[in-house]
Design a protein around this ligand. Structure first.
Ligand code: UD1
Length: 437
């Protein structure tokens, strides 16, 4: 079982290039199956979730490989529209294949998806959207079967601007007969990236990034070469890492316009951020200030995927901050772990009240989900002493070798394999752990 061992207290410094966005790459890889032939998708991060998606695509008959950040995928040999249950359970994003499979085969067999334990995470909006396009949906126990004799464009109003449902409906509608309008659509940057990708393949989609998306169905799509946008959540995580360690980091290959609300929140906390095109410099040399209230909401508001990370910064701030989580009901699991490190946080339903402490202390903590795990790594970087983060497979779902990324910025962080009892990467912090034990 692998763990991260961190010796905190070193200010991060240096320059880092941000990886491609997992949440953009996953629907794009799913959408590849809508055009027969060979695609090349560039700037794809080397992550567990990406490998699960590639395994699912292979199980459907595609040939797919990830080499040096480029996925080459040949969708011509596809022979199945049945996603195996064990793969479906490994990753919620497997649900993205519903729209594309329905569009290509007129049929799809899936199971209730898995994913982070951050809340109920229903898929009713995905299914209602596909039904509105003419699919017949049958739920038999855990299995969901959708069939259609030909999808037909329609006007769809989402009850909530769900990212995944917006993407699934966009993909299915791209090859439907006629025009689809998606009202109350999600506006996340990953949806714009999916629109750009689908349009590069020959689709006719307008309005992604606004709350109304128009999809004019086309008969055929062509395979393409496409490069995925930078990961705004990894960008935000590194920005907060720079701030909590009172360091100074330059981030390259970013899109600051995707992070407007996070940048605003960090500046309110006293973090200095300068922006020059796609390069940002982030530094913080004094104790952060409390932020009266941060509310997570659909884009362009503060992203739920950065909530746990900014909580670490506010745990160290001068004064009382409040975070309200409105997207996922189970997204405060990192609070108990941060408390073990000395944080003073009280949770009342969807609100977290964070009274800043002068410092955190190293402890053994457990990553309960992807972003909670990232937050614990940030806490470990800021803390006095040694922090051990367990259950790091969650972190590997979204960060491409987080210890190497942070190690290059001067962090003392190692990955150890407790079964082999040896460092997998790094060694400094791990050696210290052994010598202190
Ligand atoms: C995506 C992101 C995830 C991010 C989330 C919110 C990917 C791969 N994942 O997840 O990192 O945290 O957006 O920004 O892009 N809901 C329903 N019914 C549905 C679908 C969603 O009630 O059919 C609810 C969910 O339970 C949740 C809220 O809507 O409370 C937001 O979910 P959604 O926007 O769909 O998130 P995901 O696409 O799952």
């Amino acid at each position: 079982m692998e763990k991260l061992v961190i010796e905190g207290g070193r200010p991060l410094s240096g320059t880092i290039r941000i990886q491609g966005a997992k949440n953009a790459a996953l629907p794009i890889l799913a959408a590849c199956i809508m055009a027969e032939g060979t695609h090349r998708i560039q700037n794809v991060p080397d992550l567990l979730d990406i490998h699960v998606m590639l395994n699912i695509l292979r199980s459907l008959g595609c040939q797919a490989e990830l080499v040096d950040g480029t996925v080459t995928i040949d969708t011509a040999p596809m022979h199945s529209a049945h996603i195996p249950e064990h793969l479906m359970r490994q990753m919620r994003s497997s649900i993205f294949l519903m729209g594309p499979l329905l569009a290509r085969f007129g049929e799809v067999h899936v199971y209730q998806p898995g994913g982070c334990a951050i809340g109920e995470r229903k898929i009713n909006l995905h299914l209602l959207g596909l039904e509105a396009l003419g699919a017949e949906v049958q739920e038999q126990g855990n299995q969901i079967v959708c069939r259609s004799g030909g999808l037909i464009g329609n006007d769809i109003v989402l009850d909530f601007p769900s990212v995944g449902a917006t993407e699934n409906i966009m993909m299915a509608a791209a090859r439907a007969d006629g025009i689809t309008m998606i009202h109350n659509a999600a506006r996340e940057p990953e949806i714009q990236d999916l629109q750009n990708f689908l349009n590069a393949m020959g689709a006719e989609i307008y309005g992604a990034g606004t709350d109304t998306i128009t999809v004019k169905g086309v008969k055929r799509l062509q395979p393409v070469t496409y490069s995925v946008i930078p990961d705004r959540i990894v960008t935000g995580t590194i920005m907060i890492a720079a701030a909590v360690t009172r360091g100074s980091v330059t981030l390259e290959n970013t899109n600051p316009s995707h992070l407007t609300s996070a940048i605003h929140a960090l500046r309110r906390a006293g973090v200095q951020i300068t922006i020059d095109g796609d390069i940002m410099n982030v530094s913080c040399h004094t104790r952060p200030k409390a932020v009266e209230r941060i509310v997570t909401s659909p884009h362009p508001a503060f992203p739920t995927d950065l909530q746990s990370q900014i909580m670490v910064l506010l745990s160290l701030a001068d004064g009382l901050s409040i975070i309200k989580e409105t997207i996922f009901e189970g997204r405060f699991k990192h609070v108990d772990e941060l408390a073990r490190m000395g944080a003073d946080i009280r949770v009342d339903q969807t609100n977290a009240y964070i009274r800043g402490v002068p410092r955190l202390y190293g402890a053994t903590v457990e990553a309960t989900d992807l972003r909670a795990g990232a937050a614990l790594v940030l806490a470990g970087l800021a803390a006095r002493g040694i922090t051990v983060v367990e259950q790091i497979h969650h972190i590997d779902r979204g960060y491409d070798r987080i210890e190497e990324m942070l190690g290059r910025l001067g962090a003392n962080i190692s990955r150890i394999d407790t079964a082999a009892n040896a460092p997998v990467w790094g060694g400094g912090a791990a050696d210290k752990l052994v010598s202190e034990a």
